[in-house]
Design a protein around this ligand. Sequence first.
Ligand code: NAD
Length: 462
Amino acid sequence: MTIQASLEHLQQQHQQSPYPAIRQRLELLRTLKKLLKDNEAEIIQAISKDFGYRSPYETELAEIFPALKTISYAEKHLANWMQSERRSVSLWFRPAKGSIMYQPLGVVGIIVPWNYPLYLALGPLVAALAAGNRVMLKMSEYTPQFSLLFARLCGKYLGNDWVKVVYGGPEMGADFSRLPFDHLLFTGSATIGKKVMQAASDNLTPVTLELGGQSPVVIDDKYSLTVATERLLFGKLLNAGQTCLAPDHLYLPEAKQELFIEQARKTAEAFYPEWEELGYTSIASTRQFERYQTLFNDARDKGATIIPLFSTGRRVERKVPPALVFDTSPEMLIRQQEIFGPLLPVIRYQDHNEVIKAINAQPRPLALYLFSHDKECIHRYMTETISGGVTLNDTILHVSQESLPFGGVGASGMGHYHGHEGFKTFSKAKSIFMQSRFAATRLMYPPAGRLAKFLLSLMKKS
Ligand code: NAD
């Protein structure tokens, strides 16, 4: 079946049942949960094969667990989200009533990247199904094993009338984003995000763009370096740095360099004692490996000091030890592009004014991480910088809170999903004005007599 035919099929299904009952939606969510639980081992294995090696623990922690949590959260709150909301009407229109009804949009398209192929498919899928939509997903060409498995499992567990999973490369992506969806959610790079938005504009399809960027970390001078280093490296080295929210570069107090190097080495070795064999994930593809090498060589050739964090180790295909990068300059690629790998540029600073200025000179990031107990310092970063989200005194964890909307701003994306915001993104918030049996508005009908003019003068003053 072509993607056009799949879309038409789902559109017909939507027309036959445009407002699925809560029972039906909950059943779909329960089925998705069962799909995950029944096939956990196979999913973990498929993703690991796609990556070369993906730590099973990381797949459980960063894909299976949040996917299950997303479903449970939607199950728990769906009845509440589906309620119409009462809204007030202004005095002159009473006793009419105002309300908002949340209505399914129709068929939603979702484009998925390779780095967390399960969670970044399932997160938006759950939100779209909870909101009563039919869904088509385009999986990444870089996760063929998982994409095929996921397509097969969705067909087996959900049938063909709710969800269709396809996979392919840029050409398929371009065709997919030209389809007249009722909403399109894209997760990936800003370069492709622009193309998707352009293609969607021909159909006036609204888009949510979940992009990446260079998320900065700042450690305040008075914050414990031991704690900050552990929390920073956990976020940075998860999935070998191939996380949209990974701390991209660090602003470190000038005097702390030596202490930080020592602490970072100790932490990285403690986290991944047998990194060549287990625990530490590979760079996921040859294309990504070459990109990593270009960044590394460019920084080294332009004079950066690179300090590996594993002191021992042998070469294993596409596994690269994490490294700190000092003495970088804005001309280096590593300072211009999202790193998406285990390299951490460290920029020394003297005061927070210069850090805030530097952050604001960059495109708006997906996340900002600040380690500080100083209320005034926190207030300054919260009010003087803008980013998709923030984790204070840790990294990446805001993404795991279903109660918080997730999304970028400016170059890091537009729109939100997760939790209630996800439900709203895939719903039409339909405004309904219900006139009352006896409506005073008839006093305003033309031709305008003295009473109407008098009332209008009062209305303008009110
Ligand atoms: P990518 O932009 O190369 O690809 C993303 C998806 O778009 C893939 O499915 C790909 O096949 C498809 N695609 C490619 N060309 C297309 C085209 N012309 N039209 C439509 N679709 C097309 O990104 P990637 O390399 O898969 O993922 C890495 C990027 O994703 C990083 O920038 C990362 O920060 C970002 N990301 C963002 C989030 C987030 O939630 N904000 C999460 C994960 C990754």
